[in-house]
Design a binder for this molecule. Structure first.
Ligand code: CP3
Length: 354
């Protein structure tokens, strides 16, 4: 990895993209998973106006606004498209609702016959609105702020499709993979193809990089992780690169082991890998720091705790990644009960003012 910033105008790139291009950025880029969300009063106000969560996702006026809110308030180095990973199954024809305090509910797809009733392609009437949001956000963002698109990894999206909801260890999808591998493979294949096209659409609409969220990677044994997490993500990466040469891609396989992460990075060649808060930072840096950017991994609970505990967590994290192509992030999404003052404290500490 080239640590110098002299070549090819890299010095002018947003710091987020410097890191993804393998440089040590001129300052540490910072953004937060779920940075637009319920911890912000201005988000709650738009959410109330929009009515329900999916309407918010599919209404560009609202989605653009909430994407930009955390950038205006905190000056993060990256904005992430406001949408949801479950927009993909929804646009394939799975009925989806979000009940307050209960999370997503889908009509489950449990076998080949139910899969056959879904669309082959994402409904352009739904996805077109998301892509319009991407283009409008990019046009509204400062040049130094990168725009991230995203999708769920096929495995994680499949866990919600098969169970119809989140479950503690995603047993329904794990069981379907064992009892009906023909169906499960066809489901994963459908998600690979549609997710790759979706990411290509986002990149062409103006996203500077994309992140693939595999939030449930951690429930898989090593062989299943290769088959259901790494292999589909690798195919998405290949399809995206075929259409968008030089696309920057971050994988976030939450709960993956270090050997799993290493295999994933080797197999896919992603530019960045997201670490959850349990990751061994120094061991991960030693194994992967020369191959890709490392993103993470503050415990979202440290951000709730605030005070000296937050400062100490941030200092340890920054020390472990000093001199690396590092992107500061949380190890998972920010929780709704997080005080805004603690986010301000975090940013000041990272940028040297705290
Ligand atoms: O990060 C961002 O700010 C961008 C927007 C974004 C959301 N969801 C908004 C959202 C992104 C990138 C996601 C990804 C997502 N969605 C994941 C992967 C990351 C992760 O958290 O593991 C998953 C598993 C989902 C599915 C999902 N969406 C669940 C399980 C829930 C309910 C739990 C919850 O936090 O409410 C959602 C709803 C959701 N997605 C909300 C937001 C802001 C809350 C909806 C509301 O306003 O009521």
């Amino acid at each position: 990895m080239d640590a110098s910033l002299s070549a090819g105008g890299a010095r002018d790139l947003p710091v987020m993209l410097q890191a993804l291009d393998g440089h040590v950025p001129r300052r540490t880029p910072v953004w937060m998973m779920r940075q637009a969300g319920r911890y912000l009063p201005e988000y709650r106000a738009v959410r109330e106006k929009a009515g329900d969560f999916l309407t918010l996702c599919y209404t560009p006026d609202h989605a653009v606004e909430v994407t930009l809110q955390p950038i205006r308030r905190f000056g993060f180095d990256a904005a992430i498209l406001f949408s949801d990973i479950l927009v993909v199954p929804h646009a394939l024809g799975c009925p989806l609702t979000f009940e307050a305090g209960e999370g997503p509910r889908l009509v489950p797809v449990r076998n080949g016959a139910e899969l056959a009733a879904l669309r082959d392609e994402l409904d352009p009437g739904k996805i077109g609105r998301v892509l319009e949001t991407v283009a409008r956000v990019r046009a509204a963002l400062p040049v130094e702020t990168a725009l991230l698109g995203f999708c769920g990894a096929p495995w994680t999206v499949a866990t919600y499709i098969v169970a119809g909801r989140g479950t503690p260890d995603q047993a329904p999808a794990r069981l379907a993979a064992l009892t009906d591998p023909v169906f499960f493979t066809a489901l994963i294949d459908r998600l690979v193809e549609t997710s790759a096209r979706y990411l290509v659409g986002q990149l062409k609409a103006g996203a500077d990089a994309v992140q693939i969220f595999d939030s449930w990677a951690g429930v898989l044994d090593p062989e299943s992780f290769r088959r259901w997490s790494i292999a589909p993500v690798r195919r998405i990466v290949e399809m995206v690169r075929a259409e968008v040469p030089g696309a920057r891609i971050i994988a976030f396989p939450k709960g993956a082991t270090l050997s799993g992460l290493t295999e994933l990075v080797q197999a896919t060649g992603v530019e960045g890998v997201g670490l959850d808060w349990t990751a061994d930072r120094r061991a991960t840096r030693l194994a992967l720091g020369a191959r890709c950017a490392l993103q993470g991994n503050l415990d979202p609970l440290a951000l709730i705790a605030g005070g000296a505990a937050l400062d100490a967590s941030i200092d340890a994290l920054l020390a472990d990644f000093r001199g690396a192509a590092h992107v500061f992030n949380l190890g998972h999404g920010i929780r709704p009960e997080t005080p805004i003052a603690h986010v301000e404290q975090m940013i000041a500490r990272i940028r040297g003012g705290g």
